[in-house]
Design a protein around this ligand. Structure first.
Ligand code: ADP
Ligand code: MG
Length: 242
């Protein structure tokens, strides 16, 4: 069953038509990898999903609930969608533990003790059980990004959106973040992942969605996408990676 559905989604920035009749269904437990050239609309698609951007027509639904209904409570919907960006945006004056526990306390009104205990467990899950008291400046980029993932998980989302979360990292730190994402996928998290990491896309992705010029060009299982893409544009995209 589709957990996240995009139906005829159109998004404009002024005159510029950046999402064109997007139809896409992401199943429960699916890892939907989105690739495509810069400017093709990948970030905009994710940002529309948690209403950081508004769409002009169409509908995005999570578990059957329209996310894009103007009357929908955005704050409630956003709790169901975790998002991690290229920039970690951690609170610099809070520890890793406080960064993870904060939103559950403030937004979900979880008792502090419970939120703290959960934050401990989440930091352990991303391999940072021994860094709970560290401030962001004391952590590497890879560690900060893992805190950001734990922070998103703290709201207990139904789906996680990842937008090029390893693009700003030094190459030697990319692996530890992808490892956490791979574990999440194995645990059955539904994920949309925009990435340039083709090894990850191939191994962890259940499907590869290629975007170009605001359109979905093809959506193919990874083995097929990397061996014999269904479209000429797919072939062109792959040939540029070599
Ligand atoms: P991608 O993530 O695939 O690189 P984006 O979704 O960031 O692509 O951008 C898609 C298109 O929308 C690009 O042409 C970009 O310049 C434009 N765009 C993105 N954000 C804005 C914005 N806030 N205002 C105007 N144009 C934007
Ligand atoms: Mg982008």
């Amino acid at each position: 069953m589709a957990l996240l559905e995009f139906e005829k989604v159109n998004k404009y920035f002024g005159e510029s038509h950046v999402l064109k009749d997007i139809d896409l269904e992401v199943d429960e437990r699916e890892v939907c990898v989105v690739v495509g050239p810069s400017g093709s609309g990948k970030s905009t698609l994710l940002r529309c999903t948690n209403r950081l951007e508004e769409i002009q027509s169409g509908e995005i639904r999570l578990d059957g609930t329209p996310l894009t209904d103007p009357n929908a409570d955005i704050n409630v919907l956003r709790q169901r969608i975790g998002m991690v960006f290229q920039s970690f945006n951690l609170f610099p004056h809070k520890t890793a533990l406080e960064n993870v526990a904060l939103a559950p306390i403030k937004v979900k009104r979880l008792p502090e003790e419970e939120a703290t205990e959960r934050a401990h467990r989440l930091l352990e899950r991303v391999g940072l059980g021994n860094q709970t008291g560290s401030y962001p400046s004391q952590l590497s980029g890879g560690q900060q990004q893992r805190v950001a993932i734990a922070r998103a998980l703290a709201m207990d989302p139904q789906v996680m959106l990842f937008d090029e979360v390893t693009s700003a990292l030094d190459p030697e730190l990319v692996g530890e973040v992808l490892e956490v994402m791979r574990d999440l996928a194995e645990e059955g998290m539904t994920m949309m992942v925009v990435t340039h990491e083709m090894g990850f896309a191939r191994e962890v992705g259940d499907s590869i969605t290629l975007m170009a010029d605001g359109e979905i060009v093809e959506r193919t299982p990874p083995a097929q996408f990397f061996e014999r893409p269904a479209t000429e544009r797919g072939r062109k995209f792959l040939s540029k990676l070599l």
